[in-house]
Ligand binder design. Structure first.
Ligand code: 5GP
Ligand code: ZN
Length: 140
C-alpha cells in the first residue's frame, strides 16, 4: 500500500533491520527500541488492524512468535517479554499496518504496562449483562 512505512520496509524501499522473513511475515527491529531488542512481527499483506485480519493471517503472525521470542531471550538474557498489539489511535496505534510488538523486559527497566483495576464498578450482574451483549455479537 502506498505511503505505508511497513509496506515500504517490506519492499526494501526503506531500510529495516530484518531478523526473519517467510512467505507471510516480516520480522524486524522496531526503530524506537523501547527496550533492547524491541521487535515487530508484521504480516506481508497490508491489513490496518485486528479487525481486518483473517484468522489464518493471525495464526501466521503468532505462530512465529515463540521462535522470535526465544531468540531474543537467548540474545539479550531478558527476564520477561511483553507481546503487545495496538489497534486504533485510541489504543495507541501509530502505524496503520497491523503489527505485534515483542518487547523484551529486564529487571528494573522503565517500560510499563499497567492494567487499571475497576472491579469495584462491576458486580456479577453487570458482568453477566456485558457477557450477554458480547455473546449475541459472537453468534451473529
Ligand atoms: P504502534 O504505535 O502503531 O503500535 O507501533 C508502531 C511502531 O513502529 C513504533 O514502535 C515505532 O517505533 C515503529 N516505527 C515507526 N516507524 C518505523 C520505521 O521507519 N522503522 C521501524 N523499524 N520501526 C518504525
Ligand atoms: Zn502496509
Amino acid at each position: 500500500m502506498e505511503n505505508c512505512i511497513f509496506c515500504k520496509i517490506m519492499a526494501r524501499e526503506i531500510p529495516g533491520h530484518v531478523l526473519y522473513e517467510d512467505e507471510h511475515v516480516l520480522v524486524f527491529l522496531d526503530i524506537s527500541q523501547t527496550t533492547k531488542g524491541h521487535t515487530l512481527i508484521v504480516p506481508k499483506a497490508h491489513r490496518t488492524d485486528v479487525f481486518e485480519m483473517a484468522p489464518e493471517e493471525m495464526a501466521q503472525v503468532f505462530s512465529i512468535a515463540p521462535k522470535i521470542a526465544t531468540a531474543l531471550q537467548k540474545t539479550f538474557n531478558c527476564t520477561g517479554m511483553n507481546i503487545v498489539n495496538n489497534n486504533g489511535s485510541s489504543a495507541g496505534q501509530t502505524v496503520f499496518h497491523y503489527h505485534v510488538h515483542l518487547i523484551p523486559r529486564y529487571n528494573r527497566d522503565e517500560f510499563g504496562i499497567r492494567f487499571i483495576n475497576n472491579m469495584e464498578d462491576y458486580d456479577s450482574s453487570d458482568l453477566a449483562a456485558l457477557k450477554e451483549n458480547i455473546v449475541q455479537n459472537l453468534e451473529a
